[in-house]
Design a protein around this ligand. Structure first.
Ligand code: PML
Length: 242
């Protein structure tokens, strides 16, 4: 199979990324990736052959919760992270980091923060880049889009949910204890917490509208760090169904 991935930046800052695993290097998929970011001054598209592709039968199950305020939504996210085994102080550290902007030079990172589940330290070697989950996709994206539509998810949400769910499923498969995410898209306020026991828990609103800051925090056990990184960045994985 082929891994096709795109990342785009503006003035040195990450603005968009997307990921496909396909049998063929079709123009259709390339165009889809190419057209995705609206505003950028640099785009990198990588096309890489992958030999071993692993399959996961089912994605994490989806749950959705709406709250009247960001404050209440974040409290709920922390409660879920605690249920997943993250100490409360470390969970709040993850929330504060995404709220502030996880890149020490300001704003968003290209990849995710790796945070020690117990101590709350950041474990990425490069805190501007972070760790990127790559080489994952659905076996049949069209079928998943249809299934999400049939469950009543609106197209506006499907566009992001479909990629985020496959990504979170790969993260948990790779040994991430729990993930916290909200988008850096200024208007997209739905985020999620994911773990093996919780599933994929969508939470709205995890940030105020018109906020261009977001990202991902992966809570990992210190001893697993190398194997988790290797899996996230090198292992190709296809998710079969919802
Ligand atoms: C992103 O990729 O920008 C984050 C998307 C989060 C999706 C949350 C959802 O709607 O399930």
């Amino acid at each position: 199979m082929w891994s096709l991935r795109m990342r785009a930046e503006k003035e040195g800052k990450h603005v968009s990324g997307a990921e496909r695993l396909t049998e063929e290097r079709t123009y259709k998929v390339l165009l889809e990736l190419y057209r995705r970011p609206k505003d950028y001054d640099k785009m990198v598209i990588t096309i890489e052959k992958v030999e071993n592709v692993f399959t996961i039968e089912k994605a994490l199950p989806i749950y959705s919760y709406d709250f009247e305020s960001v404050e209440k939504a974040r409290e709920f996210a922390v409660k879920k992270l605690v249920e997943a085994g993250v100490p409360e102080g470390v969970a709040w550290k993850g929330i504060d980091l995404l709220a502030r902007g996880p890149n020490p030079k300001g704003g968003n990172m290209r990849g995710a923060v790796l945070m020690d589940t117990i101590m709350g330290e950041r474990l990425e070697e490069d805190q501007e880049r972070g760790v990127r989950t790559v080489m994952f996709d659905w076996k049949d994206r069209k079928a998943i889009e249809k299934a999400l539509k049939a469950r009543g998810v609106k197209p506006y949400y499907i566009k992001r949910l479909i990629d985020a769910l496959a990504l979170a499923t790969k993260n948990i498969y790779c040994g991430v204890v729990a993930e916290l995410c909200w988008s850096d898209d200024p208007d997209y306020t739905t985020g999620y917490v994911a773990s093996r026991s919780l599933g994929y828990v969508r939470i709205k609103p995890l940030k105020e509208p018109n906020t261009p800051i977001g990202g991902r925090v992966y809570f990992v056990r210190g001893k697993d760090i190398e194997s988790v990184k290797e899996c996230l960045e090198k292992r190709a994985l296809i998710v079969e169904s919802l």
